[in-house]
Design a protein around this ligand. Structure first.
Ligand SMILES: C[S@@+](CC[C@H](N)C(=O)[O-])C[C@H]1O[C@@H](n2cnc3c(N)ncnc32)[C@H](O)[C@@H]1O
Length: 196
């Protein structure tokens, strides 16, 4: 449910007041950011591989195109569709290989994620980044954002295994805040920001 992450974000945004927000995975909830920041960059990872869309429920481009229309009246919004390369697709497939979600076997996907995060952060310098996309590698996106963004959030963190959140390794200079209501929202906030 979207609404379960809005309340924790209202509390966070009261203190942080981010100007530039980056989200991975767009949807109805994007409107909260559109109304509460100067610029929203929404990266939507997708694939055109129909077999993976059908069997593994990986996202295609229709979702991004739908919401681009819904929120087309906002002029503070940049949508960045990202076509996943082989490394991410392979890792997501591997994560879904058993009855329960597992760690990917291959490791190349971490570089693909880091390259994407670095490119976006170098271009837009976000103050806050939120991870809530359709891949099952969300924890790896959080890891890639450490050191690049001073405040990071993620959704559906109650079921850590489903999205790889158990792989998050929080550096010593970030404080973790957990809001378990609904599907769970977690923030990792750099020490100096958290204290100010
Ligand atoms: C659940 S949405 C949440 C995005 C946003 N943070 C929000 O709360 O509205 C996360 C991702 O799931 C995928 N997704 C969710 N529902 C979908 C649907 N009905 N059809 C296609 N993709 C969907 C999209 O790739 C999207 O980026």
């Amino acid at each position: 449910m979207i609404s379960d992450w809005i309340k924790p974000h209202e509390l966070l945004f009261n203190n942080l007041k981010p100007k530039i927000v980056l989200e991975f995975g767009l949807g109805e909830g994007s409107e909260f950011f559109l109304k509460n920041c100067q610029k929203l960059i929404s990266v939507e990872p997708y694939t055109t591989n129909q077999e993976l869309i059908d069997t593994l429920h990986l996202p295609d481009l229709r979702w991004a195109n739908l919401f681009k229309q819904v929120f087309s009246h906002y002029n503070n919004w940049i949508v960045v569709p990202y076509e996943c390369k082989e490394a991410i697709l392979k890792a997501d497939k591997e994560a879904q290989r058993g009855d329960k979600m597992q760690d990917p076997i291959s490791q190349e996907y971490k570089k693909e994620i880091q390259d994407l995060v670095d490119k976006i952060c170098e271009e837009y310098h976000p103050d806050y980044a939120f991870v809530d996309h359709g891949l099952h590698l969300r924890g790896d996106f959080v890891n890639a954002l450490f050191g690049r963004v001073k405040a990071i959030g993620a959704h559906d963190t109650n079921t850590k295994g489903s999205y790889g959140y158990h792989r998050v390794v929080s550096p010593a200079d970030y404080i973790k805040e957990e809001y378990p209501n609904g599907e769970g929202t977690t923030f990792w906030i750099r020490n100096d920001i958290s204290k100010s």
